[in-house]
Design a protein around this ligand. Structure first.
Ligand code: ACO
Length: 437
């Protein structure tokens, strides 16, 4: 079969060239333009990567028009219903669902790497008590590279695998420690007899002075189920801003811990992982259903920077399949855990209903995304608001390390180095300071 090509012609010079059209197994094809500058002396301009595929990947597929999300081919709703977070992490990292034995070995290894070096735990003491936990995450995760010099040969597949496992295993321990530091509680060591999410809840909420309290109090099966679900839904989302950041940092050959720290920084922003925290602040600000029309009007006003947090998505333009799944869980969790948060949830639903009927939101295809609901669930589980993005970090680490493993296993990879359209001044001569106006 003849390969499809795209012809690009520069009208001013009359020069033209053909470029190959690359096709994946699903999704839109992409024109391969790496020789564009050589052939025609031009670059492409696509700020925000609106129409640019930055790599080939076989991990996650998203069909934004039809609200489809597949991890390694498995629909997200099937994984959400049947799987656990660690099983999904295995799937993302290795390409297939594990056998019982493979899963057992994977879980064991994660358990073994879950402890932090005591010297690393000391890093937390350097932070002020009111430091944002995301600031601690960036710093402490980046510092991990200082502890594992001997296994940082990125050309060695076994070193890469161990680094990825360490990252996944230690991230809940670091996350819980960042919370404990902020409240002044003693750090809790990870426990091998607990499942990943159970262990996280234990490291967050158990107190040595309250050994008499049944641990079922803070490791409730419904909370564990909800956490597993949220972590599965957030585990990967192909080339989003933080994953692309991890890939870009990795393209320089930087160590994996530094690359994941870069991803954590990118996730922190309110347009990305910070959205679930921003949703809660927004609901607080709205206060009651009567104020909804006023805030919707603000969101539509081009002169007002206010946006409806938890609405809209770069890729999903009809619905976010993760939001559909999580919406149901939100009801269940609120019924079980918290009557206090019921008005908040009612307000969220009223806002959702109002926005979905509004012409502006319909026309621009702005629908609630996963983070519209995740913050409300975390709040009901008594996770503090400034830990919401940290929760996202724990989940997305599975995706980040999978993309990192995929990229590092490629026989050749180039440093990521975009070009620009220069809009500054032409060359001019240096002026001595005494002569400047
Ligand atoms: N409220 C009001 N208007 C909005 C919103 C919103 N939440 N989102 C987009 N719009 C409008 C924009 O003003 C723009 O209008 P225009 O065409 O008249 O200029 C249009 O819709 C398109 O918006 P863009 O910003 O160009 O869309 P983009 O794909 O770049 O942004 C994003 C997507 C960042 C998610 C955006 O919708 C947003 O800021 N949402 C709120 C933050 C949020 O919920 N982020 C979480 C994303 S999901 C995640 O990270 C897991």
């Amino acid at each position: 079969m003849e390969k499809d090509t795209v012809t690009i012609k520069v009208n001013s010079t009359g020069k033209q060239a053909d470029f190959p059209l690359l096709k994946g197994t699903h999704g839109n094809p992409a024109v391969e333009i790496s020789s564009l500058n050589k052939e025609l002396g031009i670059f492409t301009y696509d700020p925000g990567f609106m129409a640019t595929a930055s790599c080939k990947s076989s991990i996650t597929y998203i069909d934004g028009e039809n609200g489809i999300l597949l991890y390694r081919g498995y629909p997200i709703d099937q994984l959400a219903k049947n799987s656990s977070f660690l099983e999904v992490a295995y799937l993302l990292m290795n390409g297939d669902l594990p056998s019982r034995q493979e899963l057992g070995a994977f879980v064991n290894e994660i358990n073994q790497h879950a402890m932090l070096h005591e010297a690393l735990r000391g890093f937390f003491d350097g932070f002020h008590y009111d430091a944002h936990p995301m600031a601690m995450m960036v710093g402490v995760v980046g510092s991990l590279s200082a502890f594992y010099h001997s296994e940082l040969d990125m050309n060695d597949p076994e070193h890469r695998r161990i680094s990825a496992m360490r990252m996944l295993a230690k991230i809940p321990t670091i996350a819980a420690a960042s919370y404990r530091h902020s409240v002044g509680w003693p750090y809790v060591y990870p426990r091998q007899d607990l499942e990943y999410c159970e262990n996280f809840l234990n490291m967050m909420f158990s107190l040595p002075s309250q050994k008499y309290i049944d641990e079922a109090h803070y490791i409730d099966p419904a909370a564990v189920k909800a956490l597993n679900l949220l972590f599965i839904l957030h585990a990967d989302h192909e080339q989003n801003a933080s994953t692309s950041t991890v890939r870009l940092a990795s393209s320089t050959g930087a160590n994996p811990y530094a690359c994941i720290a870069a991803g954590i920084s990118a996730l922190w922003g309110p347009a990305h992982g910070g959205a679930n925290e921003a949703v809660l602040s927004m609901l607080d600000e709205i206060g009651s259903a009567d104020n909804i029309p006023k805030f919707i009007a603000k969101a539509k006003d081009k002169n007002d920077p206010f946006r409806l947090m938890g609405f809209g998505h770069r890729v999903y333009k009809n619905f976010d399949p993760r939001a559909t799944i999580i919406r149901e869980t939100c009801h269940e969790i609120l019924e079980k855990f918290s009557s206090d948060d019921e008005p908040l949830f009612e307000l969220a639903l009223a806002l959702e209903e109002y926005a979905l009927k509004d012409e502006y939101f319909i026309e621009k295809k702005l629908y609630p995304n996963v983070d519209f609901y995740s913050g409300i669930i975390y709040k009901a589980l008594k996770i503090p608001v400034d830990m919401f993005t940290v929760m996202f970090v724990i989940a997305r680490t599975a995706g980040w390390v999978s993309h990192w493993l995929e990229m590092m296993a490629e026989p050749t990879h180039r440093i990521g180095r975009p070009r620009q359209i220069y809009t500054g001044l032409s060359a001019r001569d240096y002026v001595e300071i005494a002569e400047r106006k």
